[in-house]
Design a protein around this ligand. Sequence first.
Ligand code: SF4
Length: 179
Amino acid sequence: MLIESYNLQVDVADHSTEEFEYEAIAHLPVDISHVLPYLNATLTNGTYYTDGPVFSWRRDNFKIAFWHDRIAVEHIETREQARDIIDELVKLVNETWEKRTEIEPDTKTYENLQPLELYRLLPKTNCKACGESTCFSFALKSAAGLVELGQCLPLYAEDQYEEQRTQLELLLVTKRPLL
Ligand code: SF4
């Protein structure tokens, strides 16, 4: 097992003026920087930065950062929750490292999909064929990975949208969904 123990630090978040919340840091006895490209390859909603290096990840409401020597989590409601979420993340790192021979590590930094960027390339007719009431609503869901581009029927049925369709398809394979 890579991480066999850690020292847990739990603090009240400085920025929480209206809502009381905690930040937790698990200080690790081992360097996990070599695991971060494997996390980047397997987890959605995350961003890998070579400076650090650090893998930043959103899960539910938690803002998480994996550094070489620590795992930090923000937006925690109770001290008990801090222990639980840190235990889960340590387990995730250990399991990912154990499966490393099955994973192609990835050190790329992906940009997130932006709804406006998608909206600009949609037909903008609000025809509702995709099941959404407006193209902007479709763009919002598309940026979050909740709909497929193929659900926009005119985009694929009408030649006039061919260039836009190509650009949209490129965006969807080079960028990652927003939370
Ligand atoms: S099907 Fe396409 S053009 Fe029609 S509302 Fe949905 S996104 Fe807009």
